[in-house]
Design a protein around this ligand. Sequence first.
Ligand SMILES: [Zn+2]
Ligand SMILES: [Zn+2]
Length: 375
Amino acid sequence: MKLHLGRKAVLSLAGLMIWAIPAFAIPEQPVLNQPLVVQQVPDPECPPDGAIVRVAANGICRTDWHLWVDDWAWRGLAITPPFVLGHEFSGVVEEVGRDVHDWKRGDRVVFPMNPGEGTCEWCRSGNQHICDSGAKLVPGVSYWGAFAEFVAVRYADINLVRLPDSLSFVDSAGLACRYMAAFHGVIDHANVRGGEWVAVHGCGGMGLSAVQIAAAIGARVIAVDIQSAALAAARELGAMHIIDARTADPVEAIQTLTQGGAQVSIDALGVETTCRNSVLSLRKRGRHVQLGHTTHKEAGYVPLPIDIILLNELRLFGTFGMQGQRYGAMLAMCESGLLRPGKVVSRTISLEETSGVLAAMESYDTTGIVVIERF
Ligand SMILES: [Zn+2]
Ligand SMILES: [Zn+2]
């Protein structure tokens, strides 16, 4: 597919430069390496309850890859090209709607990637990240997103989070998605405590975030992956042990290292092997955290050792992002230097390099969080 670099005249508020899926039907079978297109698009309109954010940095996520290759149609998540991807961003508020009270132009913000509308049962109980209407509200998934200069955010008062001055936009991009999901899984769900064994299966951006967060609170972290670069990064971020699953059985290795299993084990990838290995790595009464979404291959279902779960009284936690009001604790740990989300960012790129990074995700040939840096 030819790469088009068409530009139209710059309009008021500056025309947008985006990456969009080429305007042809996505085939049933995933087809990779169809380059994205840079072109001008209209500015998004500011909703009365929302805000327009000028995007400073946007992480490229495996979710973008799933959507790009049409891997999630089975779960009802498919995009219609042309489409602008991008859901993990930080930036500056450009404009606010008439019903917005807490934000003004110029505020530095990060956007939790799973927003709520504020009135359903889950929003009212402080869990807007699992809002009943959430699926319609995610830029880059349910409408045009942040691989652009400007992006619209709905219900800004309950969804935007203020960034401390000490955190750069690039370092904060992961806080919109993978890093905050890892925080929610490790801290809020698994309630990891100092000295516990924590196994992390799959050391992509989210797995590496979990490694750093668990290590920061004093857990003994075992990182599992099949890429040498990912394992080296895990070691760098605080893993006490690393296991290369190409040459060792991770379950056996973890059971031996921990003399009976990890107290907490995390599937940060979402394929059958990592999910089952994570459950089998646990000690009695251990906690499994599911951070990774499955692919079209598993289509949401993974066979699990139910009798072991029963006999060993294992607990399973699903984790999907994190609600905005929980950012305070995470940002405080970032400001104190205990957490360093910027260390999980492996490199910054320009828009023009986005296609190559998405394509490399097919073979898990990326390390950490790659961020498109705009300013
Ligand atoms: Zn993401
Ligand atoms: Zn809601």
